[in-house]
Design a protein around this ligand. Structure first.
Ligand code: TRP
Length: 366
């Protein structure tokens, strides 16, 4: 069986370093591993509209921002198929059929949907489209017969729901669809990178993001104001690592080779942590080290972004070509689906001739 990846993002804002450690970095590795027959990266604009129906301009602007972030992060359009969700009508069709295989109460139990409804104050007024997005996400994954879906842990309930739908579909209509596996980030610090203020989530609305496109100056301001250990007032005092955002980011980003390059007094992160918890190591030193590391990672992205920004028409062309290719795969699968669901009436010559014969005979008997 082919190994196929599908993953994606809602274009509701520029991508930040939480996206990088949580998914983009991995995607680039997977792309370069040569282990996958096909890699689809979908810009989920239709899903983004499920809770932004009154703000289409936001999605329109961020479609290009997210694409630039992908390309800047090292996603290679020669190896990955980047496409736009709304331009694949087969996704809507499959979603419509899948809706019959899921109950309202099952979607209500989806923990991600539950918390998103709360976060958006949707409780009494959930848009139907938003409510159905887990079903549409199952269509996203299965229309391309993805075997592997690299996403953050918040997407786990979506994958579970997808697999239930696949089992139900295959059970009724035959083995057409493929149950995907989730591929979570390896490093636990990357499961959900906190915001620079130490809050649980990096999010635009909280204003605590470091964007991939941040300039060195913006980055410096943000790192210097990061949340550390509020009880660590004097350098001599022992510091705490838990909830200390600087150390969480170091866990996510730092390599042993960074010490050689930027902080040769220590061999590795463990030594640095030991010193911090023992006392005698200031937050300033740790922040400066983190700043160096982040600049080291972001600088190649800034350079690549600059090149692509000079050819925006070319970037839209990458999207258009990727979408055309994805559409071909979508059309093949939907053809199989219609056949399996017995709704491919006009392609089914046998159906037509059998029915013709039946009605002819019926009339002859009379
Ligand atoms: N729900 C995902 C997010 O918010 C985006 C997404 C839509 C997705 N369809 C997908 C991710 C299919 C993986 C597979 O980030």
């Amino acid at each position: 069986m082919s190994k196929i990846i599908l993953t994606g993002d809602r274009p509701t804002g520029k991508l930040h370093i939480g996206h990088y450690v949580g998914s983009l970095r991995r995607r680039v590795e997977l792309q370069n591993s040569g282990e996958y027959d096909k890699i689809f990266i979908m810009i989920a604009d239709a899903q983004a509209l499920t809770d932004n129906a009154d703000n289409p301009e936001k999605i329109r602007q961020n479609l290009i921002e997210v694409t630039l972030d992908y390309l800047a992060a090292g996603i290679d359009p020669e190896k990955c198929n980047i496409f736009v969700q709304s331009a694949i009508p087969e996704l809507t069709e499959l979603t419509f059929y899948y809706m019959n295989l899921v109950t309202v109460s099952r979607v209500q139990r989806n923990p991600t949907v539950k918390s998103e409804i709360q976060a958006r104050n949707f409780e009494a007024n959930i848009p139907v489209g938003f409510f159905c997005y887990p079903i549409s996400q199952a269509a996203d994954i299965t229309l391309f017969k993805a075997t592997t879906v690299p996403v953050g842990e918040d997407q786990k309930p979506m994958l579970e729901q997808t697999n239930e739908i696949v089992r139900r579909f295959n059970n009724i209509y035959g083995e057409i669809m493929v149950e995907p596996n989730i591929l979570l980030p390896e490093n636990s610090a990357c499961l959900r990178l906190p915001g620079t203020d130490g809050k649980a989530k990096m999010s635009k609305s909280l204003g605590n993001c470091i964007y991939l496109s941040d300039s060195p100056k913006e980055l410096k301001t943000k790192v210097n104001s990061m949340y550390t250990d509020p009880e660590h007032i004097h350098i001599e005092q022992p510091g705490h690592l838990e909830g200390n955002t600087v150390f969480t980011y170091l866990d996510a980003f730092c390599l042993d080779s960074d010490f050689e390059k930027f902080l040769p007094d220590y061999k590795n992160l463990q030594e640095l942590k030991d010193h911090y918890t023992r006392g005698g190591l200031g937050d300033g030193t740790c922040k400066k080290f983190l700043l160096n590391i982040l600049n080291d990672r972001l600088e190649p992205m800034r350079q690549r972004r600059k090149v692509y920004e000079q050819d925006i028409e070319g970037v839209y062309d990458i999207l258009r070509r990727g979408t055309e290719e994805a559409r071909k795969v979508a059309q093949e699968t939907i053809k199989e689906v219609r056949h399996a669901m017995r709704i491919d009436y006009f392609d089914d010559k046998e159906l037509i001739s059998t029915q013709a014969k039946y009605f002819k005979e019926k009339n002859n008997i009379k």
